[in-house]
Design a protein around this ligand. Structure first.
Ligand code: PMP
Length: 362
């Protein structure tokens, strides 16, 4: 007799893994929407300053980090939840809102972890196709909301397509969603979005208790290896609910200290965003020169269809890896025949473009 696993294991889709596992040294990592910058020296010093307490459990209430976020966003600490990455909070949101018979509405393709919510909770996922510009079709999403809907997720900017909707469209949507439905605005990449002030959506929380803004220290703050995310919530009961169901001590001592320190360096964040905008323009033009049409990116990555008369997606991904460039194929992201490429340093980007030209024979 062997052990038997729960049905949840089978129901859960495999994550399209391409992180830093056993890779050759001379490889450019452009697959996971990370920033290429090493942590700031001040962040490293903050970690060194607390690591000596590692024989003690971390503060389970994340009080100092929540206070720092409260000061930064002018949102009461009671309406801020912390997670071991924003994925942790995403799954917790599913756990507190969903169950068999409930529905969760989200666009597709979007972040590949959203389908986990269905697998984890037994709720029904309603996937609404993006429009032809690879953007959320908010009107179509509204039409899918029923009495059974408990959660609707909007990823802005969207992963994997890099596109974003302007805040006035998001606002109209938030106003139209019935109050019994929780709206999770996944803003993992919001700092890179230049359509609107990335902090403007925070104002919506004052009028919409059913709104949750999901954010992370993994992307522009460059701390994905430490796993810290946060949620700014319209209703403190959301924070109480997720804190109640999760295991305690999910956010480590160095993670809390690093996040607090990183928040102090908004000048560096602004400079990172500026560099990303430059990379965006340069990559778009280089891809256009190869005859490719990336979607309108507001993130730190781009998304484009491969030529129909060229090599298959899997061969392109493999060909790029053989040339030392790791990127993500669209198949694992919900759409075959596409590539998602994270911007790296200017040198990384040049290396990617040269490798792609070579693989496509252009
Ligand atoms: N949301 C989106 C849209 C993402 O792309 C990611 C990571 N790729 C996350 C959430 C989760 O990131 P983390 O758990 O590192 O905060």
């Amino acid at each position: 007799m062997a052990i038997e696993f729960s049905k949840r294991v089978e129901r859960t889709p495999a994550y399209p893994m391409s992180g830093a596992q056993a890779l050759p040294e001379d490889i450019v990592l452009m697959a996971s929407n990370e920033v290429p910058d090493a942590p700031l020296p001040q962040v490293l010093r903050a970690i060194e300053g607390v690591i000596g307490n590692a024989n003690r459990y971390p503060d389970p209430t994340n009080t100092k980090l929540r206070r720092a976020l409260s000061d930064r966003f002018d949102v009461p600490a009671a309406r801020i939840a912390i997670g071991a990455g924003s994925c942790d909070l995403l799954m917790a949101a599913g756990d507190v809102l969903l169950e068999p018979g409930a529905e969760v509405v989200y666009a597709w393709p979007a972040f590949s972890v959203y389908p986990y919510l269905e697998a984890a909770t037994g709720a029904t996922g309603i996937r609404v196709p993006l429009n032809d510009a690879h953007e959320h079709d908010l009107d179509a999403m509204l039409k899918e909301i029923t009495v059974a809907t408990r959660l609707v997720i909007v990823c802005n900017p969207n992963n994997p397509t890099s596109t974003a909707l302007p805040l006035d469209e998001i606002t109209r949507f938030v106003e139209a969603v019935p109050r019994h439905v929780c709206i999770l605005l996944d803003e993992a990449y919001c700092e890179f979005n230049t359509l609107d002030d990335p902090d403007a959506s925070v104002d919506l929380l004052k009028r919409h208790p059913n709104l949750v803004l999901l954010r992370t220290f993994s992307k522009v703050y460059g701390l994905c290896g430490l796993r810290v995310g946060y949620a700014l919530c319209g209703d403190p009961r959301f924070v109480e609910a997720v804190d109640r169901i999760r295991q305690p001590f999910f956010c480590s001592i160095p993670a809390q200290a690093a996040a607090i320190e990183a928040l102090k360096h908004q000048d560096v964040i602004a400079e990172r965003v500026e560099r990303t905008v430059v990379a965006r323009v340069e990559m778009e033009s280089a891809l256009n020169d190869l005859g490719l049409e990336p979607a309108a990116s507001q993130a730190n990555f781009c998304w484009f269809a491969l030529p129909e008369d060229g090599p298959e997606e899997a061969d392109v991904v493999k060909g790029l890896a053989e040339r030392g460039v790791l990127i993500r194929g669209g198949t694992g992201q919900g759409r075959a025949g596409y590539l998602r490429v994270t911007y790296g340093t200017p040198r990384d980007n040049d290396r990617f473009i040269a490798a792609l030209a070579d693989v496509l024979g252009r």
